[in-house]
Design a binder for this molecule. Sequence first.
Ligand SMILES: [Zn+2]
Length: 310
Amino acid sequence: MIQTRYDALWSHEIEQEILTDTMFATISCRQCGYVEKSVFRGSSGKCPSCGSRRLVVSEFNQRNAIVADNTEKFALQLFQSVVNNSDILKGKFFIKRNVECPQLELRGRTKADLAILDDNLDGPIHPEKIKCIFEVKMSLIWNWSYEDRSKPLADYDGHAGRPSIYRTDSILKAIGKAAITRACRGSERIPFVVVGNAPPPVAYRDKIDGTVRSGLIQKWISLTPTPLVVESTKSPGNRNPKETFGFSRIDSTAELEDIFMNILTKDWRYVGAMVEPKEIGAIIRGLDLSRTDEEIGEAFLTSMEGIKID
Ligand SMILES: [Zn+2]
């Protein structure tokens, strides 16, 4: 387990520190008997010795659980250090791991990986105490050789492993968890943020943006400022985007603090409905516009609640 630099963002140096022997897979060729140990299979899927595609990958079956445990601890301590270094947030907000909230279906194996609470509580948490839910989808993102761990063999997109939110399966799981949370009463005030350490695949970036436009998820972030180390000059704009509508690469703890401030110091509300413009118009006409902006907004949201196609 990493002992240092919990206030730093994810990097190949940090990843190097958490590598243990059990995280390496044995990759062997059935054709020629070639064997190597690396974290992931190379991107070509071919034996580097004879070119055969008959490669067998054998990895320790607890590897993903160990990596998830390490990366969630990393994110927990990073987020705690951001909150505790902020004069405004310190002592008011608390980052907790494996948060249980039965009202939001966060229990058993589907607890919130991380959550921000406005009280220093443990055990089952009432939705009103939860200020943000984080789904952590972090991985080992680089490929590493067992023999020489001085630098990575390949960047996040240069091997067959498809780590973090570069894996569509992880994206779909995060969307599913957000949808279940959003389907529960009491989640309307709680932003849902997906935390990764790689960018999403190019073909999925518009879907990621769509989940944010629809309000299902509020943000997708990557905690890795520099995901390109091995092939740093190969189309960096595409392989290392700073942001899209829904995704942001975090480059400093100050950027993370800005996001937390935005999430925690405002009264957010989820709105989602299939509506007729004329019905919305009628609702607006019916509101008492002499009241405060906040009261008008509350009255509007209440009127929206029953809208559906009959
Ligand atoms: Zn071979």
